[in-house]
Every structure is written in C-alpha cells, then in structure tokens.
Design a protein around this ligand. Structure first.
Ligand code: GAL
Length: 663
C-alpha cells in the first residue's frame, strides 16, 4: 500500500454541511493560508447524504471535494456511517443500543446503534458501497476514514441482538458448552450452562457477574467492532484499490473497550485521537505515553494524529484553554513519536450543536485571534520539518501492554480497587521520558529481541508463553522487570496455583504466599528511604536477592524489590507501588544494568525524542515543557528556524520546541 503521506499532513475534521457556500469558499482560502493539506470530510453526513433509505444526494459533496481539490487540499473521506440518521432508527428501533441495566439509548445524540445489528450493517454497508463507487476515482481522495471512533459511545451493547451475536462468538471460541463451563468456572454459584442458548451478556445481576463472562464480553465486543471495520474496509479495498483505509482510535480516551493492539494490523495506516484532560497537572506526560502506545498499535509504522484540539474542548466539567505555545508542543510530541500528520477536531468551530464550545482551527472569533495565528505558525513549522515523514523509532526499552490484561485487572471482586491497569506502565514511562530514554509500548507477543530492557507492568492475565519469551530475553542478556499483580491468571482468568505470581515465579525466583493490600492513604517505608502505597506481599525468596525491603507495614522486613540473575541478563520484581523517587531510582539501576543510553542527557520536562530514517538521517525533537530556557547538547541544523545549532547545542525559549537534523 503506497504511503498516503509523502510529507506531514496537517488539517482536521471539516464539516461544510454546517455552513453556507460563501463560508465554504472562504474555508479553502484559509486552509491554504494555514498550510492545511488534508481535510477529513463527511464523518457525520449520513443524514444529508441519504435523506431516505436508498436515495442518495451526492451533489453537495461532489462540490466540496472539487473545491478542496482545486485548492490543493487532499481529502480523508469518511464512509459517513458513524451515526445513523433518524429515519433509520425510527424504521428500525431494534438497532438502538441497550445498556447492562436494560436502558435503551435513543436517537438524538450520535452513534445510537448496536454494533451487532445486521439491520444497521445492511444500511451502513450499502452507503459505503455507494460512497466508494462515487469517489474512488476522485483526484482529492487520499485516504478512507471508516466510521468514526468505533465504539466511542456504544461499544458494549446488551440487547437481544447482541446476546445472539455473543452466543455465536462463544460457540466459535469454545466449540461446545462444556468447554465454556470450564473456562468460565461455572461450577461456582450454580452457574453451569446446559446449552449456549442459556448464556447472556453480563447484564446487571444481583451481584458480581461471572468474571470470565465479563472478560469474554469485552473480547467479543472489541472483535465485533473490528469486524464492522473490516466489513467496510473490504468494500473500500474492492472498489477503491490502492487508497489506504484508516479508522481513528482512542488509545487513551473515554473508553477502554477496544483492543487496539489487535486492531492495528488490520489498518493500512493507524490513526489516533488524543485530548488532554484539564484536570491532569502534567498532561504532556500522558500524551507521550498515548503516542508511544499508538505507535505500538501501528507496529512501529508511522501513524496519524487524527484529532486533537487547538485549545479547549467542550466535554469536560471545566474546559481549560491551551496556553500559548501548548498546541505546538503537543503536536511536536506526537510527531516525535511517529505521527506523520497532525489533524484536529475540527476545522471551523460550530455555531450550533453540542460541540459549539469546542475549539477549532478557525475559532468563533475568526482569524484575528491567538489560536489562528498559532495555527498558521504551526502549518509553517510542520512544513519546515516535513523531511521527517516516513522515519521511525529505534528504542531499546519496551513496556508490555495488553487490553486483555487491562480488562481483567480492573474486574470487580479483586484484592484492591486501587490496582489500576494504567498506573504502572505510565509511571515507568514517565521515568524513562524524564531521562531522555525512548520507549516502545508493545503487546506481550511482540518479538522482544530488539529490546535490552523490558518492563512488564501489572500483566495480571497472560499466557504461559509470555513467561517463556521473557525467560529467553533475560537469558540472552536483557533486563526484565515485572511489577505486582502480574502473571496471576491464565487467559481464562483462572488463578495459577502454588504461589504468586504464578506465570513468573520461576523467572523471578520468588514465591508470594499472600497479598497484603494497603488501606487507602496508607504509606509504608522502604529501606532505601522511599515510600510505597496500595500494595504489599508476603514474599519469599527462592532463587533471588532482595534489593529493597519493607521497613514497616504488613510486609515489614520482607522484600519489596528483588533481582534474579538469569543467563546474561536479570529478572527484577517490584512487589509494591513504589513512589516517584523509588521508581526513578529503580529505573536508574535498570538503565545502568541494561546499558541503555538516553537520546541525550536532559533535565526534567525537557523532552528529547529521536526519529531515524532508513538512509541514516536522524532527527532529535526537543520540547521544553518548563518555564525556563534550556540548552540541550544536540548538534546539527534546527529545521523550524533553519539555523545550525550552537557550540553547546540547541537553545530553547521557555516552552519552546526544536527539531534538529543531527550532524
Ligand atoms: C471525538 C470525536 C469528534 C468530536 C471530538 C470532540 O471523540 O471523534 O467527532 O466529537 O471528540 O473532542
């Protein structure tokens, strides 16, 4: 599949149907002024494109595409299936989604359809066919955009149609009902099923629904949405060959329902939407993790940032505006981590509708505004660094991440509600980022040979083969670090007996006989003078040494951090939630042991990230998140200003960014 991205893309969601013709004409002129070269069109246009079943009105869209084309703007054309029009849900109310407690989610917002509905699929796929037949040959077409944020609001549907589809999925997975009974552990609480017909989605129940049923429902729901993507993609491949197909992920946003690491290989190019949370005091750190996880979903290939906001959003309780310079820093963080395009929701701020207070490239205030001036400057900056397009990362550190483990970790009736899946991966990621060390966030089944340091955070659920792969990695010299509540259960959420952490006991040379979760706000002291909270374990050393011990609390005197020499490498275990200092000093030891070097030595919140091209060129992105000037020892030509770096390296203003082609 040829890359749709010979250079960096810049643009956003474009909803011309909300505007009169004269505004649409001005839009193209302003896009040119800002350097916009890609517009996502028709995301929510179903009701306008098909005002009644089977009757299409394409003329207006023809004109939009022609106008964009004559202005030199390429199109990421949506299949328009994101939100069914009112006539469809009125004629077929059976397509409406239903929550676990039986509430129907009605028409009036968006995405009000059951992902398993064959009626919805029939209408949606007919529209996709019509779109592909009409626009496959349009010269503006650069990319197809299937639906929009599949599963954003409707990922988990519990209606009768979903129940049928769930049963079919289970039949496929287990073959016969006895296999399901075993996997779900239905000997417990009189849950044994006599046939698949008796099985339901995990609807609201008097008490905790069966955990494996809940887990399988997550798997099924993610698979169903992926199947919907594939059905549209296959039509596009058939009728519009050679044009790549994407759909926009939300690897961190709103929902944790889609297993994007499984979805990634099905896309011609991965794209992601990322919004900063106003309540987060340091949202750039969360952004960095999100971007590395997106690259993981993309299998290391370049990807697109399909949506972010130029300033405030509309859907948080308090929608904090971005500070001057923040938009460019965020964009450069994404590009540094493999994004080959920076797009926004949306081009022009709406005058009506639920998102009218959402920022845009063209704000309500118009072009005489800070946001617009930054939009134009950013267009120039992206053009100046266009040569990075197509390049990649070459990191030696991997953090293993798995949506199955995430779903399973956060099920109910566990030892502590404080064990949250994202917590440890993000804490380690932050410590590496602070040290200028690049990280890949990848699925446990990824080939681990490129990595010298492998972090296995909260991998509560995994197959035995993961332990085998980690053992092999350590034997050939890698440093492996596993954190608490990992390797506890198999793929069916059955405990591995004989002591925790079952899958990794031998690798780590330890045996935990009891979990000792801590009370809310309880902190314990460790003998390296750091603290820990949330978790402790009654841990016995079998074939490992204690690196750090508990000084007090329920595990007083017991190991908190252990290390076992394995072949040419080592396997570490962290049996508690170390504080920021403890995690930092652990990461320092791990980096020293594994010999992993930073891109350059940097200071806290001055981010440095490298991209490399196959031809040997490399670029270092330097992003100053502090309010102080910074000088970083990177040498070459700074591309945004086009000037060579000084003798001591590249100098940045407070909040400044630089992209240096290395000498
Ligand atoms: C995304 C969505 C866009 C828009 C945006 C607002 O979830 O794809 O259509 O709603 O959020 O932030």
């Amino acid at each position: 599949m040829p890359s749709p991205l010979p250079t960096l893309s810049y643009g956003g969601d474009y909803n011309p149907e909300q505007w009169p013709l004269e505004v649409q004409v001005e839009d193209v002129r302003l896009m040119q002024a800002a350097g916009v070269n890609l517009a996502t069109v028709a995301v929510f246009s179903w009701a306008k494109l098909e005002p009644e079943a089977g009757r299409y009105e394409f003329d207006w869209l023809d004109e939009v595409l022609d106008r964009l084309h004559s202005g030199g703007v390429r199109v990421d054309l949506a299949t328009a299936t994101a939100s069914p029009p009112p006539w469809l849900t009125r004629q077929h109310p059976e397509i409406l989604p239903v929550t676990a407690d039986g509430t129907t989610l009605w028409q009036g917002g968006r995405q009000s359809y059951c992902p398993s509905s064959p009626v919805f699929a029939e209408h949606a796929l007919r529209l996709v066919r019509a779109m592909a037949e009409r626009y496959a040959g349009h010269p503006a077409l650069a990319l197809w955009h299937v639906s929009n944020e599949l599963g954003c609001h409707n990922a988990l549907c519990y209606c009768d149609v979903s129940a049928e589809a769930f049963r079919r999925w289970l039949q496929q997975r287990y073959g016969d009902v006895e296999a399901l009974n075993h996997a779900w552990g239905t000997a417990f609480w009189s849950q044994r099923y006599g046939s698949f017909d008796e099985v339901l989605p995990p609807r609201s129940a008097p008490t905790f629904p069966n955990p494996t049923q809940q887990l399988d429902f997550h798997r099924f729901s993610s698979d169903q949405l992926l199947a919907n993507f594939i059905a549209e993609r296959d039509i596009l491949h058939e009728l519009s060959p050679g044009v790549p197909v994407t759909t926009n992920f939300m690897v961190m946003e709103h929902t944790r329902n889609m297993d994007y690491l499984a979805w990634g290989p099905e896309l011609d190019i991965v794209s992601n939407d990322h919004y900063m949370m106003s309540a987060d005091p340091a949202p750039h750190r969360e952004l960095a993790f999100s971007a590395d996880l997106t690259r993981g979903a993309a299998g290391g290939r370049p990807w697109l940032l399909m949506e972010q906001s130029t300033s405030a959003v509309n859907w948080q309780p308090r929608n904090v505006a971005k500070r001057p310079g923040e938009m460019l820093r965020a964009s450069m963080q994404h590009v540094a981590r493999g994004a080959d395009g920076i797009l926004y929701f949306q081009w022009r701020a709406s005058q009506a509708g639920a998102e009218k207070f959402h920022s845009a490239l063209v704000p309500h205030a118009g072009t005489d505004s800070r946001v617009w001036r930054e939009v134009v400057a950013q267009g120039a900056a992206l053009e100046a660094i266009g040569e990075v397009a197509g390049s990649h990362s070459d990191n030696q550190v991997a953090i293993l991440f798995d949506w199955n483990a995430r779903w399973a970790t956060e099920l109910d009736s566990h030892p502590s509600v404080d064990v949250r899946y994202l917590d440890r991966p993000m804490a380690f990621h932050r410590a590496f980022t602070d040290r200028g060390v690049g990280v890949d966030v990848v699925h446990p089944d990824t080939d681990l040979t490129p990595y010298s340091l492998i972090v296995v955070p909260t991998l509560y659920l995994c197959g035995d083969h993961v332990a085998t792969a980690l053992e092999a990695a350590a034997a050939r010299g890698a440093t492996v670090v596993v954190t608490y509540f990992s390797g506890i259960v198999d793929e069916n959420d059955h405990i591995r007996l004989g002591g925790y952490p079952g899958a990794f006991r031998d690798l780590l040379g330890i045996r935990t006989e009891e979990f000792l979760p801590l009370a809310p706000h309880q902190h314990v002291e460790l003998d390296d003078s750091t603290t820990a909270d949330i978790w402790a374990e009654h841990l016995n050393l079998v074939d490992a040494e204690a690196v750090v011990r508990h000084r007090d609390g329920p595990a007083a005197g017991m190991p908190a951090v252990t290390r076992r020499a394995v072949g040419d490498g080592a396997a570490w275990y962290v049996a508690t939630r170390t504080d920021e200092l403890g995690t930092a000093s652990l990461v320092d030891s791990l980096l020293t042991e594994s010999g992993v070097e930073p891109v350059v030595h940097t200071v806290h919140d001055v981010e440095v990230v490298r991209r490399r091209a196959d031809d040997g060129r490399s670029w270092v992105f330097v992003i100053n998140h502090t309010d102080r000037p910074a000088t970083v020892p990177v040498h070459g030509v700074e591309l945004v200003t086009g000037t060579p770096t000084g003798a001591t390296g590249v100098a940045l203003e407070p909040g400044g960014v630089a992209v240096v082609r290395e000498a």
